[in-house]
Design a protein. Structure first.
Length: 170
């Protein structure tokens, strides 16, 4: 979305602070002149810059987001790729186990266990690790490139993974 589109939807006063907070400039930060909303500055800095209270800026931003969302809902939605990939889930499991190791938050460890359980219950077919799960079925046999993504998780999950792998005969 470019600043002119935002101006048309929000008006000049609201657009200026909105664009400043979300980093939308005339040059854009995406393809062409478009910008994706991001937060390069704090509420406090932007509110001071435009002479607003933080609460007033928060209200302005909330109203602006609602207007932009309403406009976006008029467009045709892009296709969503819903398939689940073993390799990407392996990376997720690794990230969750690292998160658990660093923070000690049990929900990260539980998420890693749940992810591993899903892969081993839904993505193993006839003793083969499958690469893709979509619409309730797994398909495409995994290759030797698939398995390393599952071997990376932290030691806190290794015992759990080993038990599940042994149960599946892998």
């Amino acid at each position: 979305m470019d600043p002119d589109q935002i101006k048309d939807m929000l008006g000049k006063e609201q657009r200026t602070a909105f664009c400043a907070y979300y980093g939308v400039g005339q040059q854009g930060n995406f393809e062409g002149k478009a910008s994706t909303l991001n937060i390069p500055s704090s509420l406090e800095k932007v509110s001071q810059l435009y002479g607003l209270t933080v609460q007033a800026l928060e209200t302005l931003l909330e109203e602006g987001r609602k207007k932009l969302l309403a406009e976006r809902e008029k467009r045709i939605r892009p296709h969503r790729d819903e398939k689940i990939l073993t390799s990407w889930n392996g990376l997720m499991i690794s990230g969750l186990t690292d998160g658990f190791r660093v923070t000690g938050k049990e929900e990260y460890l539980q998420g890693a266990k749940d992810g591993a359980r899903f892969i081993l219950e839904e993505m193993v077919k006839d003793g083969h690790l499958m690469r893709v799960f979509n619409k309730g079925r797994s398909r495409v046999k995994g290759t030797r490139r698939t398995m390393p993504f599952l071997s990376r998780p932290h030691r806190s999950l290794r015992g759990h993974l080993r038990r599940l792998l042994a149960e599946k005969g892998l």
